[in-house]
Design a protein around this ligand. Structure first.
Ligand code: ADP
Ligand code: MG
Length: 494
């Protein structure tokens, strides 16, 4: 990512050097804050330009997403900074941001006092800088490569094909408008078409069994653990389908890797959804929606409205008395009310409360769930928790807990998945064997590798099946491990 101030030369003529330094420093602080939040790395301050890495030195599964979220966060935080600068210095800063994804060589560069231990070499940073140059004021521009990696997660407008100075291939550029409503890759997949569920009959069956107990008033907690991409979200979808004809109320709470320090984030999000808060709704509207919803519950309104309003950051009006609770007590009461909210909803119909990706949960959410697991035992609630193996549920084991561990798919089922992904068109046997081996039975990798093979140009279609267009001798399908596949990888058939 490249981030730069526009018109800084003019600025340096207009301002006293010391004032200029302070202004630039505030801008750099804004950038540094956003970069830190999304765990990128500022590699270089080039006066008012910043070169930022995502994926190195710290890699995440979603680095392209993180870079764009960082860009949008910088633009948003600059609005606040500009309000101050307008007031104090009678000026406004304009930033432009470019993001590109690609391979680089990383390692030490230079020597002596100018030794850089985390330097990178390659075309990627140059392209990012060119994209920044092509950006309109206060926008984030991304390359087609990056755009493909975040497809569906952001609303982007094409800026057409551009020739970039010093870059041989013309490239389609995109301006990022905003985050889309899809939060994860799974949402994006689900919004078009999910691969039909293969296997997992036992797991779905077990949950359906437990649901019968829930209907009889014996609440259940189901803990689903499995590595990234193994199919936790897909299993949930299978469970929702299984419950379709049974009356229930579904509430989905999802932890986010970007909000691990934001107390009760997953609960707040799902409450906002339940209350029908729209983006851009006024605080008056929000308060009204909250009041109307809470009327259906036995809460004491003078307590519950201020507490929920506090949780949802809705400003209160004078009608409500001050609560005079210590912050700790306030948190405690809020958590109790949240549990009560679920409990009372149960009197209408059984509740399926899902808490996804607990490895990203904040401590307050875990505290809330600790209270919930106790309450669940005697009510018509099923709580399903999903998490990766690195998370250990802090609640021990109880009689009403069921543990499900999702394992990798056996080759037979991985092959099934491939057949569904190609719409029934048969893949050459060598390809099937390769994909099965390289994906190691992780469904996410089965999907990605199959997709990659179909798009690679290595196959052609004849009589409703795929044939290899050249022998598959030195075929090396990239071992994906836990990282995303590298864009632009051309190892096929070479
Ligand atoms: N049993 C399965 N059958 C078909 N597709 C699956 C299966 N398990 C996972 N998938 C697909 O693989 C991808 C990764 O699964 P996902 O549920 O998102 O993993 P997780 O939530 O564990 O990270 C998704 O696109 C999903 O649709
Ligand atoms: Mg998931």
């Amino acid at each position: 990512m490249f981030c730069d101030l526009q018109g800084s030369t003019a600025l340096s003529q207009q301002l006293d050097p010391e004032v200029l330094r302070d202004v630039i420093r505030s801008y750099q602080e804004v950038c540094a804050g956003a970069v830190a939040r999304f765990e990128g790395h500022i590699a270089k301050y080039l006066c008012d330009g910043l070169l930022i890495y995502f994926g190195y030195p710290q890699a995440h599964e979603d680095d392209p997403q993180r870079s764009i979220r960082t860009g949008l966060a910088i633009l948003e935080d600059m609005l606040v900074l500009n309000t101050r600068l307008r007031r104090d210095n009678d000026l406004e800063l304009t930033v432009r941001i470019g993001v590109h994804t690609g391979l680089v060589v990383a390692g030490e560069m230079g020597g002596g006092v100018t030794l850089e231990s985390l330097a990178i070499v390659g075309e990627t940073p140059n392209i990012a800088a060119r994209l920044e140059g092509a950006a309109e004021p206060n926008t984030v521009v991304i390359s087609d490569v990056t755009a493909k990696l975040v497809q569906g997660l952001f609303l982007c407008n094409s800026m057409g094909i551009h020739e970039l100075k010093g870059i041989s291939q013309p490239m389609e550029l995109f301006r990022v408008i905003e985050e889309s409503s899809a939060q994860t890759r799974f949402d994006v997949a689900a919004s078009t078409q999910l691969t039909p569920l293969v296997g997992r009959d036992q797991e779905v069956g077990l949950v359906m069994d437990r649901w019968e107990q829930v209907e009889e008033g014996q609440g259940q907690v189901v803990l689903v653990s499995g590595e990234a991409g193994i199919g936790k979200s897909r299993l949930l979808q299978g469970i929702y389908d299984g419950l379709e004809s049974r009356p229930h109320w579904l509430v989905v709470n999802r932890c986010s890797p970007y909000h691990q320090n934001s107390p009760l984030f997953p609960i707040i999000e799902s409450l906002e959804h339940w209350l029908g808060f729209r983006k851009g709704a006024s605080s008056g509207e929000r308060l009204q929606l909250l009041e109307r919803r809470l009327e259906d519950y036995s809460f004491q309104i003078t307590e519950s409205v201020p507490l929920f309003a506090g949780l949802l950051s809705v400003p209160l009006v004078d009608r409500y008395p001050q609560l005079n609770l210590s912050p700790q007590r306030q948190r405690q009461r809020t958590i109790e009310l949240l549990v009560q909210l679920l409990e009372e909803t149960v009197s209408q119909q059984p509740v399926l409360a899902v808490y996804e990706d607990l490895h990203w949960a904040d401590p307050t959410t875990l505290e809330f769930l600790g209270l919930l697991v106790d309450q669940v035992a005697t009510s018509k609630v099923m709580a399903i928790f999903t998490f990766r193996p690195e998370f250990t549920p802090p609640w021990g084991s109880r009689g009403h807990f069921t543990q499900i561990t999702l394992n990798r798919l056996p080759q037979r089922l991985a092959t099934d998945m491939m057949a569904r992904l190609t719409g029934g068109k048969e893949l050459p046997e060598e390809v099937v064997t390769q994909i099965a081996a390289k994906s190691d039975g992780v469904p996410l990798f089965v999907e990605e590798l199959t997709q990659m093979v179909i798009e690679s140009g290595l196959l052609y279609e004849v009589d409703g099946q795929y044939e290899l267009s050249s022998p598959l001798t030195a075929l090396a399908i990239l071992q994906p491990f836990k990282t995303r596949l590298q864009p632009g990888w051309t190892g096929w058939g070479k």
